[in-house]
Design a protein around this ligand. Structure first.
Ligand SMILES: [Zn+2]
Length: 450
């Protein structure tokens, strides 16, 4: 589940402008806030709370989220009639400026902002995102350099400007490494970053997936439209089940929950008979706890005979995922589409494959995009035009054209790099004034048309 989302029997409210850091809620014994465990009152100083009598703070993993009073996972709250209000899903889309320092910001504070802009839980499982190089000596972040790829010339640029943090869209460290030596250019760069005390961070596919991220920016090249996600992202919650069973009465339910030690469970029940004696129970259960919970229930005849186990689907994160498809508000010709893509990406050239029976004057009403490597994401998608970086094979392009879909290829990183200016703007708005964010002047696609 990305930061900013909370699934629980609570209402979620936007946090105040002042964003609290985890340090605001130090660990302590006994009841603490959600940052440390799901239990009772918050340890955040009263002076920092939005309204101590009405809210509790939920710090990481859900930074900047507040929940309404009454949210506890204590036993008394775990017995919740089915008539309770449904869970509410609310995204806290705001981001606040962090406390300002005249000398910069700590790395964890900057990382928090980066992860709010593109939650790392959205990244593909094969990816290698997040903080990749962390210098041993903490230093305040004053200069951030944004680049699509961390190359030797970009590293030179970072060193020359005394950069503190490089945000490289592509992860410069991807495959596992067993040594740090000078023979390999990527290992060389990692060593140089460490020696210069420069941290390196990569958002990569988290930035592809997030709503209003790279792919929304790319599909916007052709103008406004009705945009949908090609491959829907789902919550990163661990797998869960729902157990449904009957009990003879509330006392038996209390006894079962006591055996289960359900400090954190959220059982719901309803009367199964008019006299209110027998109860139907619905009990959420994490995947890992399923065997022990079933073992406990099997010791009770009524639950054992009535037990049903249902797999709970992970909720989709609407607007998040790989690739986008847009039905344009105002259709354009293929020639105009190519011109708009060039202007949007700042390119003089791109490659175009016309779909079967299409000309430059044919109309584009639907467009599907995938920044970078779009071959597999776009495969089989119905659209008048595909836009991606490079990795559509010769035969994939032939297949698309035969299906009547025209294809625009921009070269891999040319479909991504322009978004860095958007990212720079968003970071500058959210980081302290003492932190400057720069676009690399050395970063470019390695392929050029000559
Ligand atoms: Zn890429």
């Amino acid at each position: 589940m990305p930061p900013g989302w909370l699934r629980a029997p609570v209402r979620v409210f936007p946090a105040p402008r002042r964003l609290l850091s985890p340090a605001a809620c130090p660990p302590r014994r006994g009841p603490s806030c959600f940052f440390h465990s799901v239990s009772a009152p918050c340890a955040v100083p009263r002076s920092l709370r939005l309204s101590p009598s009405k809210y509790r703070i939920l710090a990481p993993p859900f930074p900047s989220i507040y929940c309404a009073p009454g949210f506890r996972s204590s036993r008394s709250d775990s017995l919740r009639p089915l008539t309770s209000p449904p869970c509410s899903f609310t995204q806290s889309s705001f981001l606040s400026r962090l406390p300002r320092s005249p000398k910069g910001m700590n790395l964890p504070e900057v990382l928090q902002v980066l992860e709010q802009l593109a939650p790392l839980s959205l990244a593909e499982s094969w990816d290698n995102v997040g903080l990749l190089v962390e210098p041993s000596k903490p230093r305040l972040i004053q200069k951030i350099l944004l680049t699509n790829d961390l190359t030797p010339s970009v590293m030179e640029e970072a060193e020359a400007m005394s950069c503190d943090l490089i945000v490289s869209y592509h992860p410069p460290l991807f495959k596992p490494i067993k040594r740090l030596i000078q023979k390999d250019w990527k290992q060389q760069l990692a060593v140089r970053a460490i020696e210069a005390g420069i941290a390196v961070y990569s958002p990569h596919t988290a930035l592809d997936s997030v709503g209003d991220g790279i792919n929304d920016w790319l599909v916007g090249a052709l103008g406004s439209g009705c945009v949908s996600v090609l491959h829907q992202a789902v919550s990163s919650d661990p797998p869960r089940h729902k157990l449904e069973f009957a009990v003879r009465n509330r006392e038996e339910l209390e006894a079962i929950l006591s055996e289960l030690g359900t400090g954190g469970t959220d059982a719901a029940f309803s009367a199964a008979r008019p006299d209110g004696e027998a109860l139907s129970v619905s009990l959420p259960c994490p995947d890992a706890a399923l065997p022990s919970v079933v073992r406990t229930l099997s010791r009770h005849p009524t639950p054992r005979q009535s037990l049903s186990i249902l797999a709970v689907s992970k909720p989709p994160l609407l607007g998040f995922g790989a690739g986008r498809r847009s039905t344009l508000d105002e259709p354009v010709s293929i020639a105009a589409a190519a011109d708009r893509v060039k202007a949007h990406l700042g390119l003089k050239h791109l490659r175009l494959a016309l779909g079967a029976q299409k000309t430059l004057e044919s109309t584009v009403t639907t467009v599907a995009v995938c920044a970078g490597s779009g071959g597999s994401v776009l495969q089989g998608v119905k659209a008048d035009l595909y836009i991606t970086g490079r990795e559509m094979s010769h035969h994939e392009v032939l297949d698309a054209a035969a299906a009547g879909t025209s294809v625009i290829l921009t070269e891999h990183s040319n479909s991504e790099r322009g978004f860095l200016a958007v990212l720079r703007e968003r970071l500058s708005q959210r980081l302290a004034d003492s932190v400057s964010v720069h676009l690399s002047q050395e970063d470019r696609d390695p392929l050029e048309v000559v």
